[in-house]
Design a protein around this ligand. Structure first.
Ligand code: G4P
Length: 552
């Protein structure tokens, strides 16, 4: 099939009959109303608080505090695990959908401790845009930089919310400068704070030229709750005070003259980030942010595939698995694969091709997973995320489509940097141990290697962050009933080699290097660090690769 055939249904060929035309129009309408985004931030910047306010707006939750479990990321390991015990709750935040002003909004959670970030990075592949929250007092922080870079690589639009303006913050002009310099993206202020901390008076909307006034102590439940007016209103001017008014005028003039110009196209290419100021805790600036965001955020966008660009409103269903989570519900011990729909419409019970195995698969009971409730879905559209029960068939990155042979761009690959031998104390638990390791590997939580001289009972596990070992031991014990011991290894790097690499046999297993096989039996070498890898490569004439052949 030629690439151009892929979107043939919608590319000018007149629909055969009225029914088809109606269906396509409905499809376009549904997809056009979708906004699917991820919220990224450094822990403590206010992700939980902002998410909760957005959900409250959309009527998706009734109670503040429903999103609290997201804060797991901020706790010490032990607390994190204690919270994870309540899996039904923690999964609450995987995907959240609500309707607001005619839009269907899908918020993707990016679970946040830096040691769990592989999962976060993969989740970003399912988003069409990102909202970056920055703590006004702290500026751009380490975890934000990493997450930003992943979004940047995908070229998705990034929106900035500078939070906690009700507290003493950095100078707003310096914050704008920091975003530009540290992240290397142009920043355009959509609104501007008037004072900060105990002198925070509100925000000035640069387009409407109006002022929303901050009332301390008020929770600003709705947009109307904030007092708004123009700078010509006597009452507004008095409320702001002469000094802050003069400073505001000066800063706005500076932004108008010397700041970046607003360019919608460049926003959509991720070259300029629109910046909004506010206070999530006080719900201040949040409705303005939401409406500004909705006006600019992209609908589901075409995706690159091996068969050409796939338009979201193509009549054929296509999606990919970006996350797998086992044992989400302790009472069911089931495994859910999260699928981002990239094109077309899902209908309950539809059959699709699992393109890796070329087998047909019935999407029997796709669910929308929200809070502790799971709703069986009758339909979903490009932009939406559905969760399907999986008995071990699906892997991260797998494509499900009406058409066989379709492939999306490869999932980002993150090489493990910490390694340990994991073993069981009780040989009777062997079966559960192997099952647990396999399932956690399929979730993408760990990388499994094996010493060619030893069996699958003695795997070497690689993870990106050390904390993942604690989580691994905890989950094996709690979910599979297998206590394990973890013996850390000194290696800090894995490099793959070609299957036919003749010089591999020159490498002796030592504390400098260890030849292993990865999950697909590709040969790889565990090494101490980059420097040693370069040295060995030269000394033994072996070519090392940073990723397995399938990813290259
Ligand atoms: P996170 O998910 O990004 O980690 O941050 P989270 O929303 O949990 O916010 C971190 C802390 O910052 C919380 O305080 C939260 O109340 C506070 N916060 C969030 N937005 C604002 C804001 O606009 N202004 C002010 N002043 N504080 C804000 P905490 O004391 O750690 O937790 P809690 O006891 O309030 O729940």
């Amino acid at each position: 099939m030629k690439a151009s055939d892929l979107n043939a249904e919608n590319s000018g060929r007149p629909p055969e009959d009225r029914e088809t035309a109606k269906r396509l129009a409905e499809l376009g309408c549904q997809i056009g109303s979708r906004r699917t985004f991820a919220i990224i931030s450094h822990p403590d910047a206010g992700k939980t608080t902002l998410t909760e306010k957005l959900l409250l707006f959309g009527g998706a939750i009734r109670l503040a505090g429903s999103v609290k479990s997201r804060k797991a990321e901020r706790y010490a390991t032990s607390d994190w695990m204690e919270l994870e015990r309540q899996r039904g709750i923690s999964i609450t935040s995987s995907v959240m959908q609500f309707e607001y002003l005619g839009h269907i909004i899908n918020i993707l959670d990016t679970p946040g401790h830096q040691d769990f970030s592989e999962d976060t990075y993969r989740t970003l592949t399912a988003a069409d845009s990102a909202v970056m929250i920055i703590d006004g007092a702290k500026g751009v922080e380490a975890q934000t930089i990493k997450l930003f870079q992943v979004c940047r690589r995908r070229g998705i639009p990034i929106f900035t919310f500078i939070n906690k303006m009700d507290r003493d913050a950095k100078n707003p002009l310096d914050l704008m400068d920091e975003v530009e310099k540290v992240l290397g993206i142009e920043a355009y202020a959509m609104n501007w704070p008037i004072g900060m901390g105990s002198y925070f008076k509100g925000i000035y909307d640069r387009e409407k030229r109006t002022v929303e006034r901050f009332r301390p102590g008020s929770s600003h439940k709705t947009a109307e709750a904030a007092l708004s007016g123009s700078l010509t209103d006597e009452e507004v001017r008095e409320g702001i005070g002469a000094d802050l008014l003069a400073a505001l005028r000066e800063e706005i003039e500076l932004l108008d003259l010397a700041g970046n110009t607003f360019d919608r196209e460049r926003v959509s290419r991720g070259e300029v980030t629109p910046v909004f100021f506010g206070s999530a805790l006080n719900n201040f600036g949040v409705p303005q942010f939401l409406s500004g965001f909705l006006a600019l955020a992209p609908r589901p966008q075409p995706r690159e595939t091996n068969l050409g660009r796939l338009k979201p409103d193509s009549a054929e269903f296509a999606g990919f698995v970006f996350k797998i989570q086992a044992n989400m519900d302790a009472s069911h011990r089931d495994r859910i694969a999260f699928i981002r729909i990239c094109a077309g419409r899902y209908e309950r019970g539809m059959t699709v091709v699992h393109t890796r195995s070329h087998r047909r698969l019935r999407l029997a009971q796709p669910q929308q997973i929200f809070a502790q409730e799971r709703t069986i879905l009758d339909e979903a559209y490009a932009g939406d995320i559905i969760g399907v029960h999986d008995n071990g068939t699906l892997r991260i990155g797998d494509v499900l489509a009406e058409r066989d042979g379709l492939e999306f761009e490869a999932m980002p690959f993150f090489s493990p940097e910490n390694f340990a031998r994991v073993s069981i104390a009780n040989a009777l638990k062997r079966k559960q141990f192997i099952k647990g390791i396999r399932e956690l590997q399929e979730e993408g939580a760990i990388h499994v290697f094996r010493d060619p001289h030893l069996g699958v009972e003695a795997p070497i596990i690689g993870v990106v962050g050390q904390l993942q070992f604690d989580v691994l031991a905890y989950r094996l014990r709690e979910e599979y009933g297998v206590p394990v011991s973890i013996n850390h290894l000194t290696y800090g790097l894995v490099r793959w080699v070609a299957a036919e690499e003749p010089n591999l046999k020159l490498l002796k297993d030592s504390n400098m290097s260890l030849v292993v096989l990865d999950k697909d039996d590709n040969p790889a070498v565990l090494l101490l660090d980059e420097w040693k890898a370069a040295w060995m490569s030269e000394r033994y004439g072996i070519k090392f690769y940073a990723e397995p052949a399938v990813n290259r």
